[in-house]
Every structure is written in structure tokens, then in C-alpha cells.
Design a protein around this ligand. Structure first.
Ligand code: C5P
Length: 405
């Protein structure tokens, strides 16, 4: 399946104010273009002292604007025209001085004019601060940032760490890939705004002895995609996952566990305060009845040790039994008879929605096909990458929540 371009068809205005982080803005322009966006770069005079318009033009594939008096716009109104077809305006880096300007509505150069003149209801403003830690911590900057937030801007970061000035602290601009993901997230509809969503993901690991255990081939990718999609849709997301090798989606609270019992003990106290629970984890049905404190050794008799199993708690069913239960969504990973098995699970676990998929053809892969089964019937979500499917699932869940309200 070809890679999905997350910003395909989107037009982004990338503004640079002055700061050493301008070198990262060059990388950001590349990331946005690689993700499918068309990118219009606008630079302040100070930004052009750090990285040249020629560099930004080469990376974005478009002539850069630096001046309000640019003769390319015959009516001299680049501050109007440049944002009218934009899906988002991101200022990266945003210097302390530029943030102060925005906070006060000053507009004495093209970029600040553009921020003020953008159509605010359809072109979100994202601001990525980058400055020395003392400048960031200064009450004047903090006041200005707060005012920007109040005015509806999305403030991205900053991160903490080594600074170009040699100091260490808050004020580093986020990395280009992080900023790209923030732009992608900002463009998703906020279908779960104000909702709390709990997701389980990945396999569990049921230890036999200190070096061995029972697990399965779940990669966690579907659950991580659901967590990301829910977060992008505005939800407050907690992700409880078994052993996986995946980066945590941005702004998602992640809790790592190993066994089904640990997952159960982590999920249950959290579940009652959630609006939605999505159980994508491939929880081991059984665990070794006892745990050997030392590695079980071959004893030369050629007879294998007997492995007695005990049943694990069913986390989804336990959450569905809570008096204050969230809207529960289960997954069914089957090898055959998907619809019938998913429907049986709907009843057995007493949940309103089961999402069926064929385990062996999806475990570890980046794409999947989902079958939604609920009391009303069935709905197929055709083959797509897991993030696309997760966004569709989020939409389906939000529609069901609205129908319940
Ligand atoms: O019982 P079965 O494994 O077929 O059901 C799958 C669904 O139940 C998935 O949503 C899975 O995350 C959840 N489950 C669970 N705890 C278990 C077993 C499955 O939450 N012990």
C-alpha cells in the first residue's frame, strides 16, 4: 500500500522570525512538502539573517515573501492574499520579540501583518517559540504567550534541553517532525473535544521464569493509531500498553505494563472516569499458573516440564461491568468467521461496539481492514493504513456518543 501523505492537498504558510532555530525551519519546510503540503514561506528581515530566502525557496519550491512591498502582488496586499487559501499558518521559529508583537496586535512587517489579517475561523495559527531559557521564563514572555493562547493561537512547545547559547533549559524549538505532526493534528476535526479516552494496546507478556514467557505477535500499531487519532480529535488520551517498540503519540499519557494482570490492575482504576474505552490489546488468555523464580533448566531426562496455565482476567468485560462504565469498544482478532465471532463477542462481553479484524493478516503490518459490528448491524471499513482507519473509527465512536447524548 503506498505511503499516505498526511498533508495531501493542504496549503501551509510557514513564517520564520529571527532566531538560530531557523535552521530547523528549513527541515520543517521539507517535512511539510514530503507530507504532501504546498508550502508558502514568509520570512522577517531577522530570519533572513539566519537562513537565506534562497534556501527556503529551494526547499518549499516557491518564491519566498519577505516584504509587504513585494511587487509580485499587483495590489500590494500579500498580507491578505497569502492566507486566503491557507489551511494553517505556522510561525516557526517564533522569537520572543515576534510573540510580543503578536500578543499586542502589532503589524509592522509582512509576517506580523499576515498573522493579524488571516481568516481566523478557517486558518489556525500555530506558534513554535524558540529562545534562550531566561527569555522564555521572563514574565513578559509568559504573559504574552498566555495572551496568544487566549486569542486562540496554538502554542507548540517549547522543549527543554541544550541551547545554542550554551545554556540548558526551556526554550528549544520542537523538532521538525514534531512540528509537522502538530500541523497534521491541528487540521483534524475535534470530534472528541473534552472527552477522556483510555486505550489498551499491544501484546501482554506472561512470564514463565525470569527469561521466558508467553506472548503473541501483536505489534500495538492499531492501538497506538487509535490513541493518536483520539488525541488529534481533541481527547485527553491514556494509553496502557504491553511490550511494544513504538514511539508514544504526541500528548498521549502512556503507561507501560507487561502482564494481563498488570494491564487489568492499571486499567480498572482509570476506567470509571473515562468517556470511552477502546480495548485493542491482544491480551493473553492464559498465564503460567506459577512463576519459577529461577530459570527452568533441562535436567537431562528429555522430558519437558509441565506448564500449567491459569485464566487471565478479561479486562474489557470487567470495564463493561463497572456501574459507571465508559463507552466500550472491543476488538476481535480472528482467523475465520469474522462477523459471527465479532457478534458473539459483542454479546459475551456486553459492549456496544466490536471491531473485527483478521489477526494473521494485520499483526505487525501498517494496514488493516476493519468490520464494525454493533446492535444495528455491520459496517466494513475497507483496507487502509491503520491511522486512516483509526480516524474513521474515532468518527464512528463520536457519532455513537452523540446519539447517546
Ligand atoms: O476474549 P477475546 O480475546 O476474544 O476478546 C478480544 C477483546 O477483548 C479485545 O478488545 C481485547 O483487548 C479484550 N480482552 C481483554 N482482556 C482479556 C482478553 C481480551 O480486555 N483478558
Amino acid at each position: 500500500m503506498p505511503e499516505v501523505l498526511q498533508l495531501d492537498g493542504r496549503h501551509i504558510v510557514l513564517g520564520l522570525s529571527g532566531g538560530i532555530a531557523c535552521y530547523k525551519a528549513a527541515e520543517l519546510a521539507r517535512e511539510l512538502v514530503k507530507a504532501g503540503a504546498s508550502v508558502q514561506v514568509v520570512m522577517t528581515e531577522a530570519a533572513a539573517a539566519f537562513v537565506t530566502p534562497v534556501t527556503m525557496q529551494a526547499l518549499s519550491g516557491r518564491a519566498v515573501y519577505t516584504s509587504q512591498w513585494d511587487a509580485r502582488q499587483s495590489d500590494n496586499m500579500p498580507h491578505i492574499h497569502l492566507t486566503r487559501d491557507a489551511d494553517a499558518l505556522i510561525v516557526a521559529p517564533a522569537s520572543a520579540d515576534f510573540i510580543a508583537k503578536l500578543a499586542h496586535g502589532l503589524a509592522d512587517d509582512l509576517l506580523s501583518l499576515l498573522c493579524l489579517a488571516r481568516p481566523a475561523e478557517r486558518c489556525p495559527l500555530l506558534v513554535a517559540p524558540a529562545m534562550n531559557r531566561e527569555m522564555w521564563a521572563h514574565p513578559a514572555t509568559q504573559r504574552n504567550v498566555e495572551r496568544l493562547r487566549d486569542d486562540g493561537a496554538l502554542v507548540l512547545g517549547p522543549a527543554a534541553g541544550d541551547q545554542a547559547c550554551g545554556e540548558i533549559g526551556d526554550g528549544r524549538m520542537l523538532e521538525a517532525d514534531e512540528l509537522r505532526d502538530e500541523v497534521i493534528a491541528a487540521l483534524q476535526p475535534k470530534l472528541l473535544a473534552g472527552r477522556r479516552v483510555l486505550v489498551t494496546a499491544g501484546p501482554t507478556f506472561e512470564a514463565i521464569d525470569p527469561v521466558r514467557g508467553i506472548t503473541n505477535l501483536s505489534s500495538g500499531k492499531m492501538g497506538f493509531a487509535v490513541a493518536r487519532a483520539a488525541q488529534e480529535a481533541g481527547a485527553d488520551v491514556t494509553l496502557v500498553c504491553g511490550p511494544v517498540h513504538l514511539p508514544t503519540p504526541r500528548h498521549v499519557r502512556r503507561i507501560d505494563v507487561a502482564s494481563a494482570q498488570q494491564m487489568h490492575d492499571t486499567v480498572l482504576p482509570l476506567a470509571a472516569v473515562q468517556h470511552v474505552f477502546v480495548a485493542t490489546a491482544a491480551v493473553a488468555d492464559w498465564r503460567p499458573a506459577s512463576y519459577a523464580q529461577r530459570k527452568i533448566k533441562k535436567d537431562g531426562s528429555h522430558s519437558a516440564p509441565a506448564l500449567e496455565l491459569a485464566e487471565n482476567p478479561d479486562i474489557l468485560a470487567a470495564v463493561a461491568r463497572l456501574p459507571q462504565r465508559p463507552y466500550c469498544v472491543g476488538f476481535a482478532a480472528e482467523t475465520n468467521d469474522l462477523a459471527a465471532n465479532a457478534r458473539a463477542k459483542l454479546q459475551r462481553k456486553n459492549v456496544p461496539l466490536i471491531v473485527g479484524n483478521i489477526g494473521p493478516s494485520t499483526f505487525g503490518r501498517d494496514d488493516n481492514t476493519l468490520l464494525l459490528v454493533d446492535a444495528r448491524g455491520e459496517r466494513q471499513l475497507p483496507a487502509a493504513d491503520k491511522l486512516t482507519l483509526a480516524r474513521q473509527l474515532v468518527r464512528e465512536i463520536s457519532q455513537r456518543l452523540e446519539a447517546l447524548a
